[in-house]
Design a protein around this ligand. Structure first.
Ligand SMILES: Nc1ncnc2c1ncn2[C@@H]1O[C@H](COP(=O)(O)OP(=O)(O)O)[C@@H](O)[C@H]1O
Ligand SMILES: [Mg+2]
Length: 361
């Protein structure tokens, strides 16, 4: 899958922009604050209908404008071209069209374009609490098995509704509410058991790629492990029954996949608390590389690589090593400073004040 062209209107700092992209390495260069990341963000929005920076769509609409428009032509491996258009209005729902046909369900866009994003914020994947790691694994699960997108959104909805019911019970469950809670429990048990299994299977599938990626990026061999720590033992239905009193008292769901942790270890020690900053950075990059490798090797997709400012954070040795470890295909990287000398872009886009002022290659 290749992105051939990208067109933006009133997206972030871009009033109008239009660019053809090379199918190899594109370097997006410019001073800080000029709009480099915004370009990658536009591409990632088309892939996942959301910003990889984790901001609401409203932030993506150019200040003072009523709607942002994104347009991309993409080419699948069989040479078929598709035109993807998205309109993000400040008021009302997003409109998404593929080949000028409105998608009845916006989520049907998921999987048409796949991206793997590397960002300096990925360090938080290793250093922060479990929520980011759960998001990482769930994104990877959906990339690996696009049909699990439904599982992920079902789970979100079920938890929201179950928590709303628990909150409204104010610590005491009457008969009707108890019956409704039974219904949500059986839905949560089914979806929760399935999501946990999908996560654990994927971690197992990823393990050899994670080890290889870490060795390559860190340029040293260390045992890297991911350990899934579920918030329950056995069957989730039984665990939910067991925690019901507590859940009612607290007004939240205390067990389930939304409370699970993925512990990352390097050389037998928890990376979050024991690893050096350099090791944590290498591990964060490796987590992205491993998820990407699994998707490629399973033949699901060839994700477009988006590397936001990652080389500036690395020492030259690690930067070279990352460059070597990247799979081929379409890659876009941003930089305000230097590029590893071994990086030979097929195309350079220079960005100044929300305008692509020069394109070469
Ligand atoms: N919704 C928006 N409307 C207008 N400008 C925006 C909007 N969101 C961000 N910007 C501007 O975009 C610029 C940052 O772009 P960014 O792509 O993050 O820069 P960089 O080149 O450093 O990656 C800032 O000048 C910011 O004010
Ligand atoms: Mg940036």
């Amino acid at each position: 899958m290749l992105i051939r062209t990208l067109e933006l209107q009133n997206f972030r700092s871009y009033e109008e922009a239009s660019v053809s992209l090379s199918d190899g390495l594109t370097a997006i260069v410019g001073e800080n604050g000029q709009g480099k990341t915004n370009l990658l963000e536009a591409i990632s929005w088309i892939a996942g209908m959301g910003s990889f920076r984790g901001v609401p769509d409203d932030a993506l609409i150019r200040l003072g404008a009523d709607a942002a428009i994104l347009r991309a032509t993409v080419e699948s491996p069989d040479g078929r071209e598709q035109l993807i258009e998205a309109e993000l209005p400040r008021i009302g729902r997003n409109r998404i069209q593929v080949n000028r046909q409105r998608l009845s369900r916006a989520r049907d866009l998921v999987g048409v374009v796949q991206v793997t994003v590397f960002s300096p914020d990925d360090l938080e994947l290793v250093k922060d609490g479990p929520a980011l790691r759960r998001r990482w694994i769930d994104e990877a699960v959906v990339s690996r098995h696009p049909k699990h997108d439904a599982l992920r959104s079902d789970l979100e909805r079920i938890l929201k509704q179950r928590n709303a019911l628990l909150r409204s019970a104010h610590g005491r469950l009457d008969g009707d509410a108890a019956f409704t809670l039974d219904v949500w429990d059986s839905k949560l048990a089914a979806a929760g058991n399935a999501m946990r299994a999908a996560r654990e299977d994927l971690l197992a599938e990823m393990a050899p790629r994670l080890a290889a990626a870490y060795d390559a990026v860190a340029r040293e061999s260390a045992e890297v492990e991911t350990i899934y720590e579920a918030s329950w033992h056995g069957d989730l239905a039984e665990a939910l029954a067991g925690s019901r009193q507590l859940d009612v008292r607290r007004g939240v769901s205390t067990v389930g996949p939304h409370r699970d942790e993925i512990v990352l270890r390097i050389g037998g020690a928890p990376a979050r608390t024991h690893a050096s900053q350099g090791e944590q950075r290498s591990l964060a990059l490796s987590l992205r590389l491993a998820a990407d490798a699994v998707v490629r090797q399973a033949g699901v997709a060839e994700p477009v690589l988006l590397l936001d400012d990652v080389f500036s954070e690395l020492d030259p040795g690690r930067a070279e090593a990352l460059l070597d470890a990247l799979p081929g295909g379409q890659r876009l990287l941003t930089t305000a400073a230097w590029l590893p000398p071994a990086a030979t872009p097929d195309q350079v886009l220079k960005i100044t004040a929300g305008t692509i002022v020069a394109a070469s290659g």
